[in-house]
Design a protein. Structure first.
Length: 108
């Protein structure tokens, strides 16, 4: 079995379309896109809202999840970084984890 990696990238909403299109163009298909509340630095005041639950200003950011082979990891991370940049510090972050197993739902 080939070693698999999971990438979780937290990025600004206005960058997600470019990230997803670039990943798909490069052949990455195991993608998920999830809206999450986070504390990335807002690009402008309209992007922020106050969260009563955590008592902080938050933004709706996007978590992109991707599973790839270990040999594809550097390419995927590079694509995400190149397309998620906002020109400001704290534009997001990328986490990489090992995948222990991949089990198909349809196979017996």
């Amino acid at each position: 079995m080939t070693a698999l990696k999971e990438i979780k990238a937290f990025i600004h909403r206005n960058r997600v379309a470019d990230v997803i299109h670039a990943l798909k163009k490069a052949g990455f298909r195991d993608l998920s896109v999830i809206d999450v509340k986070g504390i990335l630095k807002a690009l402008d005041s309209q992007e922020q809202e106050y969260s009563i639950e955590i008592g902080e200003k938050v933004i709706t950011e996007v978590k992109v999840e991707l599973v790839c082979e270990e040999s594809q990891l550097d390419e995927a991370v590079s694509i995400i970084r190149d397309n998620a940049r906002t020109g400001q510090p704290d534009a997001g972050c990328i986490y990489v984890s090992d995948i222990v197993a991949k089990i198909s739902i349809d196979d017996e």
